[in-house]
Design a binder for this molecule. Structure first.
Ligand code: HEC
Ligand code: HEC
Length: 247
């Protein structure tokens, strides 16, 4: 009897989950993953750190979202990821509007030190919460975090100029041996050499136009999104020849 009931509930649950997932992944919500991220930044990031790996601090007002997600997933054991995701979304939709110590999965000591989450009623609606929770569930994932850490460690292992090349878009236009969109770094090196270092730095910082024949598009200024140390590193490398090893 009891088994029969549980089986029936499981089927019903699966049907609800599957029919909802077919549409958008957020059980009938018209929001996308990108909306989930945007909304989380707008509505939750004032209290919950959204970095991955998490950035913790001594005086944080709430647990980082990564900790929340991993913790909740641990508690919500489920037969399938789809069911767990649905449970997760249900929980968040309810908790954010009606938080209580009884519902909280937070351990008592942490709950006491953070204090209960203030209800966000009126600040976020159910549909927005479904999008946010879906994004949180998918994004804050152990495997994805390992991948991010691997990438960070890889970048740390590189010399600074190479890190710039890996994380900025320079090579989209400056292609060695193909200077259709922009002069190659080799050509720039030939023109300026190490005596031209200051000019190279200035051009990266402030942008450049009209200095090279045949390129009608100007280069934008990078001063706002690169540190002086990054500009120095890439400029020195360009001035010294602008050639990547192995070419
Ligand atoms: C004003 C600060 C604040 C805002 C804004 C806030 N939270 Fe929280 N949240 C907290 C605190 C503090 C806790 C830890 C105490 C608790 O579990 O109630 C918490 C805990 C949680 C938990 C874990 C509950 C548990 O049982 O472990 C979830 C899930 C959560 N928040 C989701 C959200 C989402 C989603 C948003 C954005 C819509 C949000 N929070 C916005 C302060 C906030
Ligand atoms: C959208 C294409 C594009 C991207 C991306 C780009 N550049 Fe350029 N770059 C150009 C073009 C076009 C020129 C030639 C502009 C001119 O005629 O003055 C140029 C010129 C330069 C020059 C020579 C400027 C001078 O004073 O003669 C340097 C140095 C340079 N780029 C470095 C970089 C670095 C470093 C990056 C990445 C942080 C980068 N560029 C990203 C298109 C690009």
């Amino acid at each position: 009897m009891r088994m029969g009931f549980r089986f029936a509930t499981a089927l019903l649950f699966a049907a609800v989950v599957l029919s909802g997932c077919g549409k958008s992944g957020d059980r009938g919500s018209s929001y996308t993953e990108a909306d989930g991220e945007r909304l989380a930044n707008k509505k939750c990031a004032t209290c919950h750190d959204l970095h991955m790996p998490a950035k913790t601090s001594e005086n944080e007002v709430a647990p980082p979202m990564f900790a929340v997600a991993v913790h909740l997933k641990d508690w919500m054991k489920s037969d399938s990821p789809a069911m767990q995701r649905a449970k997760f979304i249900d929980f968040v939709q309810d908790y954010v509007i009606n938080p209580s110590p009884q519902k909280s999965y937070c351990d008592p000591a942490s709950l006491k030190s953070y204090g209960l989450m203030p209800s966000q009623k009126g600040k976020v609606n159910r549909e927005e919460l479904a999008a946010i929770a879906g994004w949180v569930y998918d994004h804050f994932d152990q495997k994805a975090m390992l991948e991010i850490i691997r990438r960070e460690n890889y970048l740390k292992s590189l010399p600074p100029y190479k890190r710039v090349l890996e994380t900025k878009d320079c090579k989209v236009c400056h292609i060695s041996g193909a200077d259709r969109v922009a002069p190659s770094f080799e050509k720039i090196a030939q023109r300026y050499g190490i005596e031209g270092l200051e000019n190279i730095k200035r051009s990266i910082r402030e942008g450049s136009r009209g200095r090279w024949k045949g390129y009608s598009a100007p280069m934008r200024a990078y001063g706002k999104d690169m540190s002086e140390a990054q500009i120095e590193a890439i400029a020195k490398w360009i001035a010294a020849g602008g050639r990547e090893k192995g070419r």
